[in-house]
Design a protein around this ligand. Sequence first.
Ligand code: TPP
Ligand code: MG
Length: 354
Amino acid sequence: MNPEQEFPIRRVIDEQGQLVGDRSQVSDAQLKDFYQWLVTLRQFDQRAWNLQRQGRIGTYPPYSGQEATQVGVVAALSHDDWICGSYRDWAALAYAGVPLHYPLLNSMGHAIAGHIPEQVQALPVQVVIAAQILHAVGLAWAAKLQEQNRVAVTFFGDGATSQGDFHEALNLASVMQVPVIFVCENNQWAISVPLNRQMHSPTIAQRALAYNIEGIRLDGNDIVAVYQTMREVVERVRSGQGPVLIEAVTYRLGAHTTADDPTRYRPPEEDEQRRRGEPLSRLQNYLQRSGLLSQDDISSIDEMAKETVDEAVQTAEAYPAASLAETFEHVYGELSESLREQRAASVRGGAAHG
Ligand SMILES: Cc1ncc(C[n+]2csc(CCOP(=O)(O)OP(=O)(O)O)c2C)c(N)n1
Ligand SMILES: [Mg+2]
């Protein structure tokens, strides 16, 4: 078997922004809406990075480069479907309806960032690598037992596929035939560990074979490929045809988090080459080539995005500073003696971040 041939990368718009496939399942209006989202999310992510550098928020994990996968996947879901992601999936949550300022609150130490608004069917972001994959299987299984017409989607990284939780989740989902879609955001790196040191198999999609479920590999920087594939997959999974594993091949443009410096471990030539496929300029090139976006449109969308991001920052910064005592809430029903002592000490010590 040649896995790269068995699991070819699905692509509709290439790196230069040229149409190389069928885009009949996505309207011009939908594409322009995606573009606005991608611009806003990219600006937000860059602003969050700057805020951390200015000491206004704590550690932040940027998602730049992965917006097309996150937005394209969520766009194909219904409001009732579950979303279970990691710390890098705030773009997916924003598109699903979580207010844009939530990741800022999260990086400022506010527990409220873990409280997903009622109208959004999502779990709080998960930091324990791969844990959310099992949670998604549980939610999907529950939906099946309760005969709800819902699917669950879980996002996770390439590194997460080395965890036992990933394999347990795929096995259980396959045995119970639950309506879950596994979306691996293969951004090529697990902090400083490259993909080829993480696994010997050339693709992640081929792992579906071991569990006898469908595996699909697609260009995660091509929002049209992501959205159209997801629409097809959601329909099949919802109709009870079992789980699907999607490998979205993408790239983390920035650092792992604001605490990381990728220039210490990424070869510059490879970095340069991978960057060329990034999702925002690709979509912009395609829209411009097709006459769907003018220079004026680009400027006004940039301006609107800036206002939206400014507002999000103002909203987050209007919260009173988080107290370190909040750290002790929402984890244990009852605190142990030593945690009670730590909480008392933290209250004497002052605010959470600075
Ligand atoms: C169970 C567990 N082990 C280790 C870590 C430390 N850790 C945080 S992020 C990360 C790498 C994850 O890489 P990947 O799954 O590719 O996701 P990405 O950060 O690239 O989105 C590791 C090992 C953790 N958070 N949880
Ligand atoms: Mg990764």
